[in-house]
Design a protein around this ligand. Structure first.
Ligand SMILES: [Ca+2]
Length: 159
C-alpha cells in the first residue's frame, strides 16, 4: 500500500437486514461520534473539505462528496441512482450504489472525517489484516460514512 497516502476512506454500510457485517464490527457512528447527518433526501449530495489531500489513482483530492445513493465522488456530486458498470468517466468509490431514498424518515446517512488516533490506528491495523502482503500502511485521517437503515426509492423503508 502506498505510504504517501494521506487519507483512507473507510466505508461502512448498513442495511436493516444486513447479516454479512455485524453492526458490532462497525466503526462508531451516530450518538457521540461527532457524525454529521444527511437525512430526508433523494438523489442529493453533501461534501467534506478534507483536512489532508486524498491521493487516489494519482490525483490529489481535497474534497469528497457524499452522495446519498451510496457513492463517494471527488470531482463533483453525483445524483445518479443507476448502478452503472465500471469503468466510469468519473472518479468514484461505490460502497452502496443504489437508489437510496431517506425521505419520510427512511434511515440516515452519517458521515465525518476524524483524526482520532484510536480510529486511525484501528483502520491501519484493519488494512494490514486485509492486505497482509503489502507494506505498512498509515493514514492521517479517516472518513467514515454509514448508510444506516436507509430506505429506497420512492420513500420506502420496508427492507
Ligand atoms: Ca435515490
Amino acid at each position: 500500500m502506498d505510504q504517501s497516502c494521506l487519507l483512507l476512506l473507510y466505508l461502512l454500510l448498513s442495511l436493516q437486514n444486513c447479516l454479512s457485517v455485524p453492526i458490532s464490527r462497525f466503526y462508531s457512528f451516530a450518538g457521540s461520534s461527532g457524525d454529521q447527518t444527511f437525512t430526508n433526501v433523494d438523489d442529493q449530495a453533501t461534501f467534506i473539505n478534507l483536512s489532508h489531500d486524498f491521493i487516489f489513482y494519482g490525483y490529489n483530492f481535497s474534497t469528497v462528496f457524499i452522495n446519498n445513493n451510496g457513492l463517494l465522488s471527488f470531482h463533483q456530486a453525483v445524483n445518479g441512482y443507476t448502478s452503472d458498470s465500471f469503468p466510469l468517466p468519473q472518479t468514484l468509490i461505490a460502497p452502496f450504489w443504489a437508489d437510496v431514498d431517506t425521505r419520510n424518515g427512511a434511515g440516515t446517512v452519517y458521515y465525518r472525517e476524524t483524526t482520532a488516533s484510536a480510529i486511525v490506528s484501528k483502520v491501519a491495523q484493519d488494512v494490514q489484516l486485509a492486505f497482509p502482503g503489502q507494506p505498512s500502511f498509515t493514514a492521517k485521517s479517516i472518513v467514515i460514512v454509514t448508510w444506516y437503515q436507509v430506505g429506497y426509492y420512492e420513500e420506502n423503508n420496508d427492507k
